[in-house]
Ligand binder design. Sequence first.
Ligand code: NAP
Length: 436
Amino acid sequence: MTSAPSSERSVRVAVLGCGNVGSALVGIVQDRAAELAVQSGARLEVAGIAVNDLARARGPHVPQGLLTTRAADLVVDPSVDVVVELIGGLDPAANLVRAALDAGKPVVTANKALLASTEGVALRALAKKRGVDLLYEAAVAGAIPLVRALRESLTGERIRRVMGIVNGTTNFILTKMGEQGADFADVLAEAQALGLAERDPTDDVEGYDAAAKAAILAGVAFGYDVAGADVMREGITGIRAVDVEFAERLGYAVKLLAIVERTGDDAVSVRVHPALVPRTHPLAGVRDAFNAVFIEGEAAGELMLYGQGAGGMPTASAVVGDLIDATRNLLAGTTAPSPDRKPVHLLPEAELESQYYVSLDVTDRPGVLAGVTKAFGDHRVSIRSMEQEGIGGEARLLFLTHLAREGDIRATRDALAQLDTVERIGGLIRIVGDGE
Ligand SMILES: NC(=O)c1ccc[n+]([C@@H]2O[C@H](COP(=O)([O-])OP(=O)(O)OC[C@H]3O[C@@H](n4cnc5c(N)ncnc54)[C@H](OP(=O)(O)O)[C@@H]3O)[C@@H](O)[C@H]2O)c1
């Protein structure tokens, strides 16, 4: 049995937000008080819980008397030692976090939108200036201990690439499209019915959520300050069931990947897009709403971290880890390592190199193929393999290319669109993890 440390020092925690994650956090802090006291060196005491609506039902583990709508007062309350921000979004979270840091209080947050904004860059600088922690393990891939692994265990590693499935909603949708042969819209509706997708799914399916996480990873893995808005981004709304089926037939799974890749001494490519991943690659086996992050380092080789990337309890688990860290650091008068960030040179999209999968619906008559392959050749895109199948009076052509420049494949696409024999350009999907 665990017991509280003899000093019985208490650290008072302001919790901002008591939704999915906040209420789970409050539950853990109360239920496991003695264990957490041993881990952190102090008794963690919830000083107050800021919410929007006092009347909302919150379950028995949330003490009604601690709820307040006055978040701005709570963060600067002199009796509060640490602030945990679990409201989400920019407003009022940014001002609250700034006020807490300004008052010299460590902050723990799960707010990827805030961290990937220009405001996030300023807040990190402010925390450093004030000599307090700003910790955000839960902001990328929920329960997966990724930020700390990159920041501490792999701090001496020269990382080549980090690529991950960091959005559970889209991974669920793509998994079901592959397994059921169902269309995007049908699976999205299923995900919404199961509570795995928001009523407005734009943030997830258009890749904004993953782009914010990619931006945060660029900072943690490579030390570059990148904003979510600067991340090359393509979502999954254009993925058709037929392309997922073809990809599977060719030995690939379709995944939405967030990729941060060193492309030169001072350049990095930060992007989010659907990708064909070889079935033999560890990321291809990550199913349903699970997340996983694959790290390639020069000395360490390949590593993969896998787990639940969302949900109240898994996310709160990562928040508790940060809370303990912040408490230990506070008691020791220190902070977690926070190396200075470097200016970033983002690789221009046109210069990205990849292999591609391209599917075309064409008129089924002699000579069509010659025109199509000429469009590839004219733009320096070399074809690795081609398959053809008849669909009524049309034919479907499937190409896999060798390594090509993004600018060249886009020019090829534009040239193909000009051909009157090409009825439709179906999928144009990058191939990742196939020995490139
Ligand atoms: N949910 C996940 O699986 C997950 C995973 C990873 C990271 N995150 C991040 O964790 C954070 C919290 O997410 P969540 O899912 O817990 O959100 P949520 O369920 O929507 O909860 C948000 C909470 O913030 C409160 N709130 C809203 N406006 C406020 C204001 N002006 N002042 C004080 N409180 C206010 C709400 O109060 P009421 O309850 O009164 O409305 C609610 O309790 C977000 O940054 C999110 O991106 C979530």
